[in-house]
Write a new protein. Structure first.
Length: 224
């Protein structure tokens, strides 16, 4: 508890950054999981999924520590509810990666070899959206020091606007994968079609929740 309180005493975003880092550790394993799937390396895929589960659990521990131990007596330069809203959105990111790991390992789902390039490109766009959101979170400590205003705030808002474009590009890649999948509908069994639809949706949620996290940060900045 003391460590969490100290983080908030110094900056309301210090502990949030620790949670975001754990989410990042999960996200950085997503491409490796899909590569293992495409390579038919089930043992590696399972090992990576277990790693994701452990990291996600630690992210949950940090989330719970923040929620339980954020003292109301500490002065915060932002609204407490807004702070917890950011935490809630970014916590959905490691949760989503764990869901992807589950979908990839609980059932051996056929993946057409021709999907390798577009599928990994889709993964990369989702991961890129998260990395941009993590960069925004990483810059907030300095922003707090200048009162969440001024040229520094404008720079962060510009980064947040750019994340909207990245998320849109991830959405386009998701549509392209779905289009490709349904073009091959006759070659895939109904369960594969259903399962891949779920996987594509969960992948897209990495980008969606990354954008939503920074949208909550935008709200805090506009309130200043």
């Amino acid at each position: 508890m003391r460590a969490i309180v100290q983080l908030f005493a110094k900056s309301p975003f210090g502990a949030l950054k620790q949670h975001m880092l754990k989410g990042g550790e999960c996200v950085e394993l997503v491409r490796s999981m899909f590569e293992a799937l495409l390579d038919g390396d089930q043992a590696k895929l399972v090992a990576l999924a277990k790693q994701v589960s452990k990291i996600e659990h630690r992210a949950d521990e940090i989330k719970n520590e923040l929620r339980d131990n954020l003292p109301r007596s500490i002065f915060l330069p932002v609204d407490r509810a807004d702070l917890l809203s950011v935490l809630s959105q970014q916590d959905s990111i490691p949760d989503t990666v764990e869901d992807i790991a589950f979908l990839l390992t609980v059932r051996r789902t056929y993946v057409p070899p021709s999907w390798r390039e577009p599928l990994l490109a889709y993964v990369d766009k989702c991961v890129a959206t998260f990395r941009a959101a993590a960069e925004v979170m990483g810059s907030l400590d300095d922003l707090v020091e200048v009162g969440l205003a001024g040229p520094e705030a404008e720079e962060v808002l510009a980064k947040i606007n750019a994340i909207g474009l990245l998320e849109w590009e991830a959405d386009k890649a998701q549509f392209e994968m779905l289009h490709t999948m349904f073009q091959m509908e006759a070659d895939l069994n109904p369960v594969d079609l259903f399962w891949w639809s779920k996987i594509f949706r969960e992948l897209g949620d990495i980008a969606n929740y990354s954008e939503k996290t920074t949208d909550r940060i935008r709200v805090m900045l506009y309130k200043k």
